[in-house]
Design a protein around this ligand. Structure first.
Ligand code: HPA
Length: 213
């Protein structure tokens, strides 16, 4: 499936062996629409990942900036991405059941770890996965809101369904780094998102230290 986005680092976090892969690569080499999602998921599986917990920056549609959301549903608005390992030929096709894209058990483990540390998470929500790399129009966000999306991001798909095809339980901790388009005054600036993202990431890591898988 080609090369993953970056070298995969191996280490210990809390009492777990972890593998860390930056999906955008070093210096943000791969924008969301050019990430080799298949190579990333296949590499994690080859290295023996028994679960994947993704972190992701998202815009808030019905979630405040600074909050961490644990989505339980996803709507896919992306296009033109390689979104399956099934390529025809001799590989027998499997239509995976994708009714519940995020793994319930892993989500519950994350919630328990956060609760034990008195960290408040938004425990459910629908992630709208958009194509990017541009942000959305205000009208697109209104459409997503009507569709039932609470947060919007660009990397949720096809990552979630590829993990499901590989039978790796998958969950996402989504850090709300900006109000989605049209829901704030003024322009959405990357520079405003960065500080919130790094604070959110530290909180996610703190939770992950004690998640018992
Ligand atoms: N839209 C899509 N993806 C994002 C956003 C957003 O507002 N913020 C961070 N990732």
């Amino acid at each position: 499936w080609g090369k993953p986005s970056d070298k995969i680092e191996e280490g210990i976090l809390g009492n777990k062996r972890i593998l860390l892969l930056r999906r955008h690569g070093k210096q943000f080499k791969f924008p969301p629409h050019l990430i080799n999602y298949r190579a990333n998921i296949a590499a994690l599986r080859e290295l023996g990942a028994s679960a994947i917990i993704a972190t992701a920056a998202v815009g808030g549609i019905a979630a405040e900036v600074g909050k961490i959301v644990l989505p339980d549903q996803i709507i896919d608005y992306t296009y033109g991405r390689e979104s399956t390992f099934f390529e025809g030929g001799d590989t027998p096709l499997k239509h995976i059941d994708f009714s519940y894209p995020y793994d319930k058990r892993i989500r519950e483990k994350i919630i328990s770890a956060a609760t034990a540390k008195s960290i408040i998470l938004i425990e459910s929500g629908t992630y709208g996965a958009t194509q990017g790399p541009r942000l959305e129009t205000a009208a697109e966000i209104q459409k997503l809101r009507k569709d039932g999306c609470h947060i919007v991001g660009m990397t949720g798909m096809p990552e979630a369904c590829l993990a499901k095809e590989m039978e790796i339980p998958y969950a996402t901790m989504a850090i709300v780094v900006n109000p989605a388009a049209g829901l704030c005054e003024g322009e959405i600036l990357l520079s405003d998102m960065e500080k919130i993202l790094s604070q959110g990431y530290e909180i996610c890591m703190d939770i992950l230290k004690t998640v018992e898988l």
